[in-house]
Design a protein around this ligand. Sequence first.
Ligand code: ADP
Ligand code: MG
Length: 165
Amino acid sequence: MDPPGSGVKTVYLALGSNLGDREKNLQQAIQALEVVRQSSIYETAPMLLEDQPWFLNQVVEIKTSLFPRQLLHHTQDIERVLGRKRTIVNGPRSIDIDILLYGQTIMSSDELTIPHPGMAQRRFVLEPLAELASTLRHPVLKRTIAQLLAGTKEQNVRPYNRPGL
Ligand code: ADP
Ligand code: MG
């Protein structure tokens, strides 16, 4: 819980990469974001557009005093700096940064929906998020991350073992 009255929020972000040096892309995003805690890395089959490389996915926790839209612009700047080019919808990307949860905030605009609308069905988000915050409650669905994870179907998500380790 964030202390009442403080402008600092605990935020969970989902990172994904399936282009270039995927591990390095995650690492560089983590550095740029000033991450407090991070999950382990998962390797995931692409869901929507299947003919593309597997993703590496990770969830990170940050503390921020930015407002939600400011935070989105900040994460979009980082995506740009790390070389993300928006070409094919749902296609390969060097880095994707999605805002999953922003404290207990619920909001929806053309630009930004929090909690992230896809998170409750996605194992590649819920598995890493459960490492960091399994008892945290989804502010809309009122269920914990562990409960949401237990309710999702099997998907192609596996722990990522660094090559050479
Ligand atoms: P996706 O993450 O769905 O693969 P993009 O990263 O290109 O695709 O995001 C598309 C748009 O989603 C962004 O331009 C952003 O305005 C919007 N968006 C809405 N809610 C969120 C959120 N919670 N986190 C990140 N982006 C979001
Ligand atoms: Mg995104």
